[in-house]
Design a protein around this ligand. Structure first.
Ligand SMILES: Nc1ncnc2c1ncn2[C@@H]1O[C@H](COP(=O)(O)OP(=O)(O)O)[C@@H](O)[C@H]1O
Ligand SMILES: [Mg+2]
Length: 237
């Protein structure tokens, strides 16, 4: 297991949001974290990233207990976080945005294959043609690709993606889906938060469904599709 989240409870001030969430991710897997708006998906990622420390339970990354550890330290250990709001520098060019993400791999060059701008272009070819364009002039889809690309430049071993498909047109979501699939083929380990279950399950090996800060379901995508109740509620059939 590259990531184990064990029975975490997280709150913002007095409002308790997570009530004993346990999830895990194996190396090379893509795992979906599904659920409607407000169930605690982002809070789970923030708890892993050390942005909001859990009050109970633990987060173990590569065998190290990182519960509540400062987010820059978690990032340095190889966890790449792509937040919901696409944080790009609007006054910097696409190439400069990618450069700002460059960080050495956590443990010796990512299996000898450091991310470069050329490698990011192989995954997101559209970014190559936009190299000199200012970030502020990109479409939503282009911004999303740039945000993921910039995070890849930090050589993560685990990628946390928070609703990457949000607000994107169906054709763009399809492109993004192919690009994430390609990343997975290259061996990237991904925890993918989504409300768009169809998009996420198409990419994932397993899924968890959150409801009101708890795990309602956990299993393989086949198991999810065989569960009529879950399927009807979440896959919109
Ligand atoms: N900074 C915050 N302060 C207080 N409540 C928050 C904060 N961020 C999120 N919440 C609340 O926590 C709950 C879960 O939010 P979130 O984890 O963002 O859900 P999701 O990502 O599944 O949509 C929501 O009810 C939301 O209103
Ligand atoms: Mg969210």
């Amino acid at each position: 297991m590259i990531l184990e989240v064990n029975d975490i409870y997280t709150s913002y001030g007095l409002s308790q949001i997570l009530f004993g969430i346990s999830i895990n991710v194996d190396e090379g897997e893509c795992v979906a974290l599904l659920g409607r708006n407000g169930v605690g998906k982002t809070t789970t990622l923030r708890s892993i990233m050390g942005l909001t420390a859990p009050t109970k339970g633990s987060v173990v990354y590569k065998g190290n207990d990182i519960t509540g550890r400062a987010s820059f330290r978690v990032a340095k250990m190889g966890v790449g976080f792509v937040p919901e709001e696409r944080r790009i520098f609007s006054d910097l060019s696409v190439r400069e945005n990618l450069e700002t993400g460059r960080k050495p791999a956590a443990n010796g060059a990512n299996g000898g294959k450091e991310w470069t701008i050329d490698r990011v272009h192989e995954i997101f070819p559209i970014l190559e043609g936009l190299s000199d364009r200012k970030g502020g002039y990109l479409s939503g889809g282009e911004q999303q690709m740039l945000t993921v690309g910039r995070t890849l430049m930090g050589n993560p071993d685990l990628l946390l993606l928070d609703e990457p498909s949000e607000g994107l047109a169906p054709l763009v979501v399809r492109d993004l889906s192919n690009q994430i699939a390609r990343l997975k083929e290259e061996g990237m380990t991904i925890l993918l938060c989504e409300q768009n279950a169809k998009f996420a399950t198409g990419l994932s090996d397993r899924a968890y469904i959150l409801e009101k800060g708890q795990v309602r379901f956990g299993g393989t995508i086949d198991e999810l599709q065989e569960n009529e109740e879950i399927r009807d509620q979440y896959l919109g059939l």
